[in-house]
Design a protein around this ligand. Structure first.
Ligand SMILES: Nc1ncnc2c1ncn2[C@@H]1O[C@H](COP(=O)(O)OP(=O)(O)O)[C@@H](O)[C@H]1O
Ligand SMILES: [Mg+2]
Length: 349
């Protein structure tokens, strides 16, 4: 899809992309992969990471990154990769908005021209870290349209969590049309199996087939879980093999590690009503309509309106999955490890 869009950009019809996906699903990895592919095809690529910063600081640091790419310095590129954003120092000088915008436009024009017949692809990773991502995207859109009017085609690729467009109220429609979303989901089973077994070739360790299948199943194809589960399984191998018994112990260690690294923070950031509601959702193994969840929550003393609000928030943050079916959503916690964590928490509620 991205290559088709870049091809359209080359033909003079720029197409822009929002790559959406949960934390640790593989957005940064995919952007880096795309960058390599595009550079091999002689396109110019600028890849930057957004930070928690104001819109204008973001635009200024993007200007710095674009300018560094045009300068072509290998050293400056390495700096960007390790996160020493060259634009950041300049950004602190706080220029007026019009100035910041003008400078970014000029830098993009120079970068696009420097690449004569080739295309300029500008990637911004984690754009939703910017304080007002909607404003930042509107500025990028305005600049792209202005440059397009003078025949300079640039393709923007921004990455963000799935809630990006939901959090942008006013400018929602034009932005979704402009940054056409591509959603990155978990790995499919065969790819997840490869992600476990390929790294094992060349080691002295093998996992039994049923262990591989169980890791695939438990992970739901999420790379972070695959890594954790496989890492502890590898670590617990007995005489070069991981079978049921070894994996059972490894699972507990992997689960403890994931709980500590992400679930605990997720849980502590939830409001009391959200904790009750997410536990109600997690207590069922099938997706249930909002009405049923409201009924259960009411017995715990939570009013239906509060339950609906909690469900919306939990879904927006990716803690529960909402399966849309027309207007009526059904809710579940599909993440097996998180569901187990919630079951354990529920005992303490
Ligand atoms: N296609 C893939 N197959 C296996 N592992 C992957 C894949 N994509 C990403 N990963 C691994 O998943 C982890 C998270 O990826 P990352 O790109 O940092 O996610 P994000 O940017 O969405 O938070 C990394 O350790 C990465 O190596
Ligand atoms: Mg990332």
């Amino acid at each position: 899809m991205l290559e088709a869009r870049v091809a359209r950009t080359r033909e003079g019809h720029p197409q822009h992309t929002a790559l959406l996906g949960e934390w640790a699903i593989g957005k940064t990895t995919l952007l880096m992969y795309w960058r390599r592919r595009l550079e091999e095809a002689s396109d110019r690529v600028v890849l930057t990471m957004a930070y928690p910063q104001s819109r204008d600081d973001f635009l200024a640091s993007l200007t710095g990154a674009v300018a560094a790419e045009t300068a072509g310095g290998w050293a400056s590129k390495v700096d960007l990769e390790v996160g020493l954003d060259v634009g950041l120092a300049e950004a602190r000088l706080r220029k007026p908005v019009r100035e910041v915008k003008k400078e970014l436009r000029a830098a993009l024009r120079r970068a696009a021209r420097a690449g004569d017949r080739h295309t300029l692809v500008v990637m911004v990773d984690d754009v939703d870290l910017v304080a007002t991502p909607g404003d930042a995207l509107l500025q990028l859109r305005a600049i792209a349209l202005e440059l397009y009017a003078v025949d300079i085609g640039i393709a923007f690729v921004v990455s963000a969590s799935p809630g990006l467009f939901g959090s942008i109220r006013g400018a929602h429609e034009p932005l979704v049309r402009f940054f056409e979303p591509i959603t990155l989901g978990p790995l499919r089973a065969p790819a997840a199996r490869d992600a476990i077994t390929k790294p094992l070739t060349g080691t002295e360790v093998t996992f039994n087939d049923d262990v591989v299948a169980e890791i695939v199943e438990l992970s739901g194809g999420r790379p972070y879980y695959l890594q954790k589960l496989a890492y502890f399984a590898f670590d617990g191998a007995e005489r070069g093999r991981v079978g049921r018994a070894e994996f059972a112990a490894a699972f507990e260690r992997a689960f403890a590690s994931v709980s500590q690294e992400i679930f605990a923070a997720r849980w502590s950031a939830m409001a009391p009503a959200e904790r009750q509601v997410v536990s109600v959702v997690a207590s069922a193994t099938v997706a249930r309509p909002s009405g049923e969840i409201e009924g259960d929550a009411r017995r715990l003393g939570i009013a239906p309106a509060a339950t609906r609000q909690a469900l919306r928030r939990l879904a927006a943050r990716g803690h529960v999955d909402r399966l849309a079916n027309g207007n009526r959503g059904r809710y579940a916690v599909n993440d097996r490890l998180f569901r187990r964590y919630l079951e354990l928490q529920a005992c303490e509620l």
